[in-house]
Design a protein around this ligand. Structure first.
Ligand code: NOJ
Ligand code: MG
Length: 552
């Protein structure tokens, strides 16, 4: 075991890497326009290297009207001018590599922006044109085609169809958009769509990208009959989620990724409740890794977590893929907030906005959760700002909210802005060093005054800070021989509410969620504790605390 290379230092680095998600709009703004940019990231690459992560995943940085914060891509071969230039992206990749950080870029196969040249061409070309076959254009139903072609609803609320004017200005065909109207769905039955995406992959792999994160990966394949269906009792196969023919896309991408001397990694955004269907995306000739949303959704409860951990390890083992562990991303309520609530479970339709929240408790559990994640076999995904202990910002005024989910649901779903607030770097007041002095615009979403104590600068070097804790844990994980390889076993005899497992080389992890202190194993040395109130001499592990242990 000890002679295995440290995590992520080997050819199959994705199997145990810690991957940090950069949400470019909200990371750091170098030019003072209130929007994060690539120079802001480049300036802080040493911060990220020092944090101890292995790779950076960038949410989309391409040219985009930003109708869905960049997940509406107008041109994959250009960087959005608000973020910078292609040359800067190339420099960023080179600088990150020089610091030992891998780079993952985002690709969005299900849809493009309505400003994408293809869609503009399709609109101009009119019904029946070949350009329209790259999308899902259909005549409407009803006497004058005034009704959408079917009853599908957008994930963001409202109908999944929008009517377009014909080139002569009269009402014309409708097009499908499973997300916002600014995100027309592509028709993956068209070979041109396939060729273009493969060319986009090559474009970024040739520029040094080490992998791609694949957006909405279960959705690109559609039933071409576009049938009506009842969303509460959808047919099997579903008209657009997890259809068998979607896998052909990823097999082709895997062959392409494997064609590089240093194979590139495919990481899927696969939201699926069925672990067997989920594992299909991770077969040896498909993706390398996928986000573990069952774990993210799981309540802070030992029995539930144990069940999800077992199911995760079994599903991944069945296809020889590494497990992954995720607590937060740009689509979900930050976990400090989730874990500070009475109901700690999560679902995309269950945001529990403004539920009473104990942030101190949430932060305590977030620390315990980090040590649990980092000790499990597989890779971990971190979301920017969690290393600062940031919580969901729940009091953004409605008129400043930007998420299309908020607007398309008329505010019934509060949306995702609260986890996307620009990071606090330094200083006592907004913009907290996110933008430079003399900035011409405030941060694109307002930051809470209470973040003054949570800036990276305020936490730097403070032994009790979340930032110091992340740095310490990530460094120990990298150096710990017991965390190499995939050995894992539950330790027998642990109390109810306690998760205790061993890894290699006498290393073990114990997380106490039982609601009361439990005895610490007597024969082990505490390597790291999630809370400063663990006193090994007292022999007790307090509630909501995790420890890493090594047997004498
Ligand atoms: C999933 C992304 O994570 C989310 O932010 C985006 O809105 C949708 N896919 C649509 O691209
Ligand atoms: Mg900027």
């Amino acid at each position: 075991m000890a002679d295995q290379p440290a995590p992520a230092q080997h050819a199959q680095w994705w199997r145990d890497a810690v991957i940090y998600q950069v949400y470019p709009r909200s990371f750091a703004d170098s030019d003072g326009d209130g929007i994060g940019d690539l120079t802001g990231v480049r300036d802080r690459l040493p911060y990220l290297a020092d944090l101890g992560v292995d790779a950076l995943w960038f949410s989309p940085w391409y040219a985009s009207p930003q109708a869905d914060a960049g997940y509406d891509v107008a041109d994959y071969r250009r960087i959005d001018p608000a973020f910078g230039t292609l040359e800067q992206a190339e420099e960023l990749i080179a600088e990150a590599h020089a610091l030992g950080l891998k780079i993952i870029v985002d690709v969005v196969p299900n849809h493009v922006s309505d400003r994408h040249a293809w869609f503009q061409e399709a609109l101009a070309a009119g019904p029946g044109a070949e350009a329209r076959e790259l999308f899902w254009f259909r005549p409407g139903r009803g006497a004058d085609g005034e009704l959408p072609p079917n009853d599908w609803q957008s994930v963001f609320g409202g109908p999944a169809w929008t009517r377009t004017p014909s080139p002569d200005g009269t009402p014309g065909e409708w097009y499908l958009h499973l997300f916002a109207p600014e995100q027309p769905d592509l028709n993956w039955n068209n070979p041109k769509v396939r060729e273009e995406h493969e060319s986009v992959l090559r474009f970024w792999f040739d520029r040094g990208a080490d992998g791609v994160r694949i957006d909405s990966a279960t959705m690109p394949a559609k039933d071409p009959a576009l049938p009506d269906f009842d969303p509460d009792a959808p047919p099997v196969p579903h008209p657009y989620i997890d259809r068998d023919d979607v896998h052909g896309i990823y097999r082709a991408w895997r062959a392409l990724a494997d064609g590089y001397e240093r194979p590139r990694a495919l990481i899927g955004e696969v939201w699926l409740a069925d672990p067997v269907r989920f594992s299909h995306y991770l077969r040896p000739d498909e993706m390398h890794s996928a986000f573990n949303f069952d774990y993210l959704n799981c309540p802070w409860d030992a029995a539930d977590l144990r069940r999800v951990i077992d199911a995760t390890l079994a599903a991944h083992a069945s296809v020889g893929a590494p497990a992954s562990w995720v607590l937060s991303n740009h689509d979900v309520t930050r976990h400090v907030t989730r874990y500070g609530r009475a109901d700690t479970s999560f679902g995309l339709s269950l945001r529990q906005h403004r539920t009473p929240t104990d942030l101190e408790l949430g932060a305590r559990r977030a620390r315990a959760a980090l040590l649990l994640d980092l000790a499990l076999p597989g890779g971990c995904y971190l979301y920017q700002g969690e290393e600062l202990g940031l919580w969901e910002v729940e009091d953004i005024p409605d008129e400043l909210r930007q998420d299309p989910i908020f607007h398309r649901t008329g505010g019934t779903d509060i949306g995702r802005d609260g986890c996307r607030v620009p990071l606090p770097w330094s200083g006592d007041a907004p913009p907290f060093g996110f933008s430079p002095d003399g900035a011409t615009a405030p941060p694109w979403l307002p930051q809470p005054e209470q973040w003054a104590g949570h800036t990276a600068q305020a936490q730097d070097g403070r032994p009790d800070s979340m930032l110091t804790f992340y740095r310490t844990a990530l460094r120990l994980r990298r150096d710990e021989p017991g965390l190499r390889g995939e050995d894992f076993g539950w330790l027998p005899g642990s109390a109810p509410g306690v998760l205790a497992f061993s890894r290699g080389d006498g290393f073990s992890c114990v997380a106490n969620l039982s609601g009361t202190a439990v005895p610490l194993p007597a024969d082990a040395e505490v390597v790291l504790a999630s809370s400063p109130d663990v006193d090994p001499a007292a022999g007790e592990l307090p509630d909501d605390t995790t420890v890493w242990l090594r047997r004498h």
